[in-house]
Write a protein that binds this ligand. Sequence first.
Ligand SMILES: Nc1ncnc2c1ncn2[C@@H]1O[C@H](COP(=O)(O)OP(=O)(O)OP(=O)(O)O)[C@@H](O)[C@H]1O
Ligand SMILES: [Mg+2]
Length: 285
Amino acid sequence: MSSAVLSKVEAPAGASRSEAAVAIVEVRGLSKIFHLEDRDVVALEGVDVTIREREFVSFVGRSGCGKSTLLNIIAGLLDATSGTVDISGQPVIEPFRHVGFMFQAPVLLPWRTVESNVLLPAEVMGLNVATVREKARSVLATVGLSDFLTAYPKQLSGGMQQRVALARVLTYEPKLLLMDEPFGALDEFTREAMNLELLRLAESAGITVIFVTHNISEAVFLSNRVVVMTPRPGKVAGIVDIPLPRPREIAVMQQCPWPAPLEVVLPEVWVLSPIGGRTDGEEAA
Ligand SMILES: Nc1ncnc2c1ncn2[C@@H]1O[C@H](COP(=O)(O)OP(=O)(O)OP(=O)(O)O)[C@@H](O)[C@H]1O
Ligand SMILES: [Mg+2]
């Protein structure tokens, strides 16, 4: 991915680095309509957001507000109906090599060992597996799985399986990591540990992260900014800076206050609207 065309923007809130931040992801006027047999569903409407290099940005919003749809469009896995997404100044029309994606489930092949699951993308992409193996082992060590290289997924706990998925995506050195509720299925204790691990790894490798979660406290703890989405059709209701210092430690996570602007925007979009968004048949074709 080239950094050819870059827009200067404000530095991330709470950033530990002082250099001028540049945009890595630019979403402009993005809308997505799904055409069903009997009607159209407007999943996203006029979404504008800029993510800066090395920023950690979380998207929060009610179920069905279009978070996964947005992430899939940014990943190049789904076409937008209108609007554009640029990554490092290049329009997204297919998945980029240096963009990693992590889903809620680890998506491991049960008949392959931990190491061989991590090496699978190298095989698919035709990379030199011996070279990638070295990197994979080093990343697996970083996430505490050195002793499980030859284990199969069913021999691991849910948290360990997600660590394999994290190691798999980090092995390929993404510049941008898209995460769709990656730790949502884990217990709270494991999720906190994974969040700390993720922050440490993303900061040390200089990875920009776009993170989707239902958990507001998690979003506040992790993020430079939190984007609050309206119920369907998903629009940006507000973008809130989280000016907590970095690195963020466990003590911050446990008593992380919600910034006042977040307290204002959340009730507007969540408490006063029906679950799932519009239900009045508004999108009838
Ligand atoms: N492939 C699809 N075909 C038709 N409609 C879809 C498709 N994918 C998503 N939708 C619709 O688009 C809307 C947004 O879905 P999306 O999965 O993006 O929501 P979400 O915010 O990720 O929800 P959740 O928090 O439950 O994961 C929903 O109304 C959903 O029914
Ligand atoms: Mg989703």
